[in-house]
Design a protein around this ligand. Structure first.
Ligand SMILES: C[S@@+](CC[C@H](N)C(=O)[O-])C[C@H]1O[C@@H](n2cnc3c(N)ncnc32)[C@H](O)[C@@H]1O
Length: 236
């Protein structure tokens, strides 16, 4: 698959409001303090854990892993350009929080199982793994018809992935993070042009162009919707 370069580039996902409410959600699920050790697998620009570093006055910078070296990364993290599974397989470090946010669907099924199992062994006592994914049952992401059908295909796979993780870890806890998005249609159009979501990566320029025409007709000037994530929590 082509790489995701424009995921949170000037979108609601990089807004202060989003990062503030997301980190409030994280801290509700897992108590953290300045001694906490944090790992983010598929960290993107690392703005979320960078904000946790500042908020919690962490002694150790959180570690962020990504196979893509995004520009404008947070300076408040230790960034490693490496595949998540390779890193956790080798590291001797242990963590209080391992965050895997909107990344699991980009991995192969056997990699997912291995990754989670190794991550569980890398948790400190009371440590938690938080796996977040777009809620496949309640999605409101504005889309055009081709994008919608591609999304539905990936949601089917996501459902299976989430179910199989829940089967392996029966003590898993499920929570939901919901963020109210208000965005101008023209900003969202730019996001689609930038192929901000993995379902858009393999569409041709012509398919994107047709999709944008559809979005222009279908939606009003201001878009309002809920960005819904499902969160699976695995404890030590
Ligand atoms: C949709 S973005 C999510 C970024 C960030 N977690 C967030 O929620 O803002 C997914 C990220 O996972 C990264 N990624 C994909 N496969 C990976 C792997 N095997 N190991 C580490 N990162 C990976 C991508 O490069 C991309 O930056």
């Amino acid at each position: 698959m082509k790489s995701l370069k424009n995921w949170d580039n000037e979108t609601w996902l990089s807004s202060k409001k989003y990062i503030y409410s997301f980190n409030k959600f994280i801290l509700k699920q897992k108590k953290l303090n300045k001694h906490s050790k944090i790992l983010d697998i598929g960290c993107g620009r690392g703005k979320i854990i960078g904000d946790l570093f500042k908020k919690l006055k962490l002694i150790n910078k959180p570690i962020g892993l990504d196979i893509e070296n995004h520009h404008d990364k947070s300076k408040k993290i230790v960034f490693k350009k490496i595949d998540g599974l390779s890193f956790v397989s080798k590291t001797k470090k242990t963590f209080d929080l391992i965050l895997i946010k909107q990344t699991i669907h980009l991995l192969k099924n056997n990699q997912i199982k291995k990754l989670i199992s190794i991550c569980k062994n890398k948790l400190n006592p009371e440590g938690k793994i938080l796996i977040l994914s777009l809620d496949p049952k309640k999605n409101e992401i504005p889309s055009f018809s081709l994008m919608n059908s591609k999304l539905n295909i990936s949601f089917k796979r996501d459902k299976k992935i989430l179910e199989s993780i829940s089967k392996i870890y029966p003590k898993i806890i499920t929570k939901y993070f919901v963020f109210d998005v208000k965005i101008l249609k023209k900003t969202y159009i730019k996001m689609i042009k930038n192929r901000f979501i993995s379902t858009l990566l393999n569409l041709s320029d012509n398919q994107i162009k047709k999709g944008l025409d559809e979005v222009n007709i279908k939606y009003k000037k201001n878009l309002k919707f809920k960005d819904r994530l499902i969160c699976l929590i695995i404890s030590k």
